[in-house]
Design a binder for this molecule. Structure first.
Ligand code: PPS
Length: 300
């Protein structure tokens, strides 16, 4: 597990970050850390936990659809970031994730990107359910790079080659991808965690939705499951303003050159990695993922 020291904090990709227990976290969230740590979970909370860009919004919409009985109109009641508040979110002049969640009726759906060791204890004390979604490291790298260019509060990622290098080392918001996916994987039986993969959802969304239903102990007819698959397809979500983040102004999230719902593919990394970058990445990956039985597919 990487624990970073203050001496890396001047790096361009860590501008606006603060170390929280050795993990780079956005300065706003870090400022609010006590509130996050003290967060009072409820036993019927459902947490959607991910490393950034792993399919958070997709699974959030699926889970909200499940709780809305497959009715897309009910899911259009509000934006995804209000329906599934972001636990550690804090930017100036907006209510924090903790504040929004405090007043939500049960069952609350909660989004977080926290590595498992930074999760508020009360989630474990209350045996809240967590759906963790993991996506292969290469597609996450590409998606995260584009996201850095879209979000005004994120550091400038610089050229792709240098960003990729920083990402491999974990010098980005939320730290190392390797540590994140392994940390959650290792605790999946200790806590109430359903561990899912983005690539599996792409391959067979119906199968993965059934896993979520079983985990959430909810019965649902085939017709409704099919409706959920349709409503949460990439094309449908891309055109749905309640999930595509188009409700945010350009000053926060600039979607003029790339969109939040960018491509939604498994294997798009091949369009960005050079042969040399891929070799270096694979060699580094092997070292950081040795000793785990956690396996990813980089294409389907
Ligand atoms: S965030 O900002 O961390 O919450 O982003 P997150 O939602 O985790 O990830 C965004 C990527 O997920 C893709 N996406 C989808 N893929 C397939 N199907 C559906 N329905 C879907 N919805 C979102 C989105 O396009 C981002 O991936 P890229 O590779 O950039 O397209």
């Amino acid at each position: 597990m990487s624990h970073f020291d203050e001496d890396i904090m001047d790096l361009p990709t860590l501008k606006t970050m603060v170390l929280v227990h050795g993990i780079p976290i956005g300065a706003g969230s870090a400022e609010n850390w006590e509130r996050v740590e003290e967060f009072q979970a409820r036993s019927d909370d459902v947490i959607i936990a991910t490393y950034p860009k792993a399919g958070t919004t997709w699974v959030s919409e699926v889970v909200d659809m499940i709780y809305c009985g497959g009715n897309p109109e009910k899911c259009r009641r509000d934006t995804i970031y209000n329906r599934v508040p972001y636990l550690e979110f804090k930017i100036p002049d907006m209510p924090t994730g903790v504040e929004i969640l405090k007043d939500k009726p049960s069952p609350r759906l909660v989004k977080t990107h926290l590595p498992i060791q930074l999760m508020p204890e009360s989630f474990w004390d209350n045996k809240s359910k967590v759906i963790y979604v993991a996506r292969n490291a290469k597609d996450v790298a590409v998606s995260y790079y584009f996201f850095h260019n879209m979000v005004k509060a994120m550091p400038d990622p610089g050229p792709w080659d240098t960003f990729l290098d920083s990402y491999m080392k974990g010098y980005v918001n939320y730290g190392s991808w390797h540590d994140h996916v392994k940390g959650w994987w290792e605790k999946r039986y200790e806590y109430n965690i359903l561990y899912l993969f983005y690539e599996d959802l792409k391959e067979d969304p119906k199968r993965e939705i059934r896993k979520m239903l079983q985990f959430l102990e909810i019965d649902m007819s085939e017709d409704i499951i099919e409706k959920i698959v349709y409503h949460t397809s990439f094309e449908e979500m891309k055109n749905n303003d309640m999930v595509n983040y188009k409700t945010l102004p350009n000053e926060i999230l600039d979607q003029t050159t790339t969109t939040f719902m960018r491509k939604g593919l498994a294997g798009d990394w091949k369009n960005y990695f050079t042969v040399a970058q891929n070799e270096k990445f694979d060699e580094h990956y092997k070292r950081h993922m040795s000793g785990t039985n956690l396996c990813f597919r980089t294409e389907i």
